[in-house]
Design a protein around this ligand. Structure first.
Ligand code: TYM
Length: 342
């Protein structure tokens, strides 16, 4: 029997930040270790997703490769026979499947996507690509029959949408797609109570996002360890003068506790036990700064050692293998909708 598929994608419109790492890369690396041999693991760069908002197109190709290298530096074992890494645009079935899925997606449901609302508010000209983006994401997931899709909190609505769409298509056409599990099961699968949402160090009510919007609040994986430690020491906290893990009332402090737990590979409760009730925020910041500094120094040393030629060989072989899988699903769907003889 085919193995269940775990799949995730990370855009390459800029470098990765700590939120990307803790929300998506680290869970994949952990899942690979935990389930070696039991599952198929797909980790890819959705390069077609990268310009749903304006980017520097001259840098995209190189950025994609840089980010693929980060997967390896972060500990993804690319020698595992069931692990596949690839670039979305090298597998044309993603675009073809998107069009078909588009025609079964409702304008209303895409209009309700929080990410679309947030991002479209910030732009004068909103592209149809930004609106349509969750459908491409659904194609990314459904083409490979992924049951498990580890993502950060901001992407869970898109996974739910994918699930709804798969169920709708299955109801209409019979057993076409593997339906991804719901968000509660997804979170349980990654071993967390909830999907991770790392906050900006400066505006902890908001998620950590690309540095152009919020450089002081975002730790980029390419920041020098000292620079990153300084950002942590200058993080916004509150005037409560007592450490509590409560994102509503103390988002800044809670964010620091969360980062400390995830980077140290410790349960949140253990970290909370150690810190909750203490009054010295400086001490907490120093502990997080030290953890971030060590993490970045280690990651960057590993990144410098990634064998690019070997990585490229792996990507090209995986793209060939995944084209076959994607084309098989596409043909099944083409038959179901009447584009090919049944
Ligand atoms: P993207 O590229 O914006 O982000 C990549 C991953 O990082 C997570 N993430 C965070 N997690 C925690 N805290 C944060 N502050 C934070 N910021 C980002 C995101 O949740 C995501 O898991 N549409 C997706 C990419 C995508 C995809 C897919 C994902 C395309 N196709 C298929 C899964 C399956 C996106 O834009 O993520």
């Amino acid at each position: 029997m085919a193995k269940d598929v775990i799949l995730t994608g990370l855009r390459a419109n800029s470098e990765f930040h700590l939120g990307n790492y803790l929300g998506a890369i680290l869970p994949m690396v952990e899942l690979q270790k935990k389930h070696a041999g039991q599952y198929q693991l797909n980790m890819f760069i959705p390069d077609l997703h990268s310009f749903t908002t304006p980017i520097d197109h001259g840098k995209l190709y190189e950025q994609t490769h840089q980010n693929l290298k980060v997967f390896v530096a972060a500990g993804l074992d690319i020698d595992q026979p069931d692990t596949f890494i690839y670039r979305q645009s090298y597998i044309p079935a993603h675009s073809e499947m998107t069009w078909i899925l588009d025609c079964f997606t409702y304008f209303g449901e895409l209009s309700r996507m929080t990410e679309f609302k947030d991002k479209s508010e910030k732009q004068a000209n909103v592209s149809a690509g930004l609106f349509n983006y969750p459908v491409l994401m659904a194609a990314d997931i459904l083409l490979y029959g992924a049951k498990w899709v580890p993502v950060g909190d901001d992407q869970r609505q898109h996974v739910e949408f994918t699930r709804d769409l798969a169920i709708r298509m299955n109801n209409k056409f019979g057993d076409l797609f593997v339906v991804p599990e719901d968000n509660t099961k997804q979170a349980e699968f990654t071993g967390r109570a909830e999907p991770v949402r790392i906050r900006s160090l400066r505006n902890p009510e908001k998620k950590m996002s690309k540095s152009i919007d919020d450089p002081a609040g975002t730790i980029m994986l390419s920041d020098s360890p000292e620079e990153a430690a300084k950002k942590v020491m200058e993080a916004t906290t509150d005037s409560e003068a007592s450490i509590r893990f409560d994102f509503e009332k103390q988002p800044g402090v809670s964010n620091l506790l969360q980062i400390l737990a995830l980077l140290g590979g410790k349960p949140q409760e253990e970290i909370n036990k150690q810190w909750v009730g203490k009054t010295n925020y400086g001490e907490l910041k120093s502990a997080v700064a030290e953890a971030v500094k060590n993490f970045l120094a280690d990651l960057q040393a590993k990144l410098a050692k990634v064998d690019e030629a070997r990585l490229m060989k792996k990507i090209e072989a995986d793209e060939k293998a995944m084209q076959k899988v994607a084309n098989t699903t596409l043909l099944k769907v083409q038959k179901a909708v009447g584009l090919r003889p049944a």
